[in-house]
Ligand binder design. Structure first.
Ligand code: TYM
Length: 349
């Protein structure tokens, strides 16, 4: 067949159809930190050129903590700005706000009919919430995994770039999708899997000596992409360490492992190797290591911070990107939803 413009268009269309679909989102609960970057965003940016990507701002998910309306809007804007500042391109990926896609809410309702309270109560993140905020255990928290499943399945996503903490939620998305297919004897939903370009899912630790970097773990636990150099130096210099190794090649305690893990994420390989050797021969000075880590974080986040500043002032562009993203997302979502309704038997008159 001779190459004509029409054939070339058809080929581009078919290539796009054959691309795997990628879906992921970040909650609009504040500024993005290095955990969000290395667990999720870094993969978003790489995947946008190779896959059919949908990246959204999970504002419904953030309602479980009852933000006031003006904070909600500011936080949604902040995540959109940071998506773009990190290099997401609205020409390559579909970037949208979760609440602009009513199809997600309807699929969430349908999936909830086959999601059992017992299995939802056993989810680790739900049990953690019960411990942390006993005064606000709402149904939205319980059904958080069903909403996540709806986010992914509405585009029939198969690859989901997320950090290690989301593994269990992904397992539930597969359960809900497979259950729907079985119950309604269809093959509507493929199985989504958690994805990272490296071999394993990532967990970036915080600066307070234990656990992961998180938005709600206190201001000093997380380094944000928009932090100033002074903020970063102050937080890193305060990071928890100890009095140093007492024997050569000693196993590292958790707080020290965490500092090394952060260095592994932002610094050059030689820098990490240099401090590993110092640790192993017991000549390490944590003050020097933290100074170096802070400077490497500043070098890493600097260009992103600058772009965040520029983009925050450009409301017209943000508006245009959100509107176009919503349109594109709805095209993909509406066909899935009508097939789901049809499979269930919602086709009255
Ligand atoms: P959120 O906002 O809590 O986190 C957004 C992404 O950042 C990753 N992440 C981390 N990765 C490594 N180390 C850390 N310390 C760290 N902290 C956060 C999270 O794993 C996540 O990938 N429930 C999702 C939002 C969501 C979603 C979805 C994701 C809603 N619907 C559908 C994928 C598909 C969340 O945890 O957001």
């Amino acid at each position: 067949m001779a190459a004509s413009p029409a054939n070339l268009n058809t080929n581009a269309y078919l290539r796009n159809l054959m691309k795997e679909t990628v879906v992921s989102g970040i909650r609009s609960t504040g500024r993005l930190h290095l955990g969000n970057f290395f667990g999720a965003m870094q993969n978003f940016v790489r995947m946008q050129h190779e896959y059919n990507c949908f990246f959204f701002i999970a504002d419904y998910h953030s309602l479980t903590t009852h933000p006031v309306p003006s904070d909600l809007h500011e936080n949604v804007k902040q995540v959109l700005v940071e998506y773009l500042a990190c290099g997401l391109n609205p020409e390559s990926a579909t970037i949208y706000i979760q609440s602009d896609l009513p199809e997600t809410a309807e699929l969430y309702l349908l999936l909830n009919m086959n999601a059992y309270v017992g299995e939802l109560e056993r989810v680790t993140s739900f049990k953690e919430k019960i411990r942390k905020q006993p005064e606000n255990i709402n149904a939205g928290l319980l059904t958080y995994p069903t909403l996540m499943a709806a986010d992914i399945l509405i585009h029939r996503g198969t690859k989901v770039p997320v950090g290690k903490d989301q593994e269990q939620h992904l397992e539930m998305s597969r359960t809900f999708g497979n259950r729907f297919n079985r119950m309604y004897r269809c093959e509507l939903f493929p199985e989504p899997v958690a994805f990272n370009f490296g071999t394993q899912l990532v967990k970036i630790p915080g600066l307070d000596g234990s656990g992961k970097m998180g938005k709600s773990e206190g201001e000093n636990n997380a380094v944000f992409l928009s932090d100033t150099p002074e903020d970063i130096r102050r937080k890193v210099m305060r990071a928890v360490t100890d009095s140093g190794p007492v024997s050569p090649n000693q196993e590292k305690p958790e707080a020290i492992k965490n500092i090394f893990a952060l260095m592994d994420a932002v610094s050059e390989k030689e820098t990490l190797k240099f401090f590993e050797e110092k640790y192993n021969d017991m000549s390490i000075r944590y003050g020097d290591m933290k100074k170096q880590l802070a400077e490497d974080m500043i070098r890493f986040t600097g260009p992103i911070r600058e772009k965040i500043g520029e983009l925050s002032r450009d409301e017209a562009t943000l508006h245009r990107i959100a509107r176009r993203g919503a349109e594109k997302a709805r095209e993909s979502a509406s066909s899935t939803l009508s097939e789901a309704r049809h499979a269930i038997g919602i086709r009255h008159f």
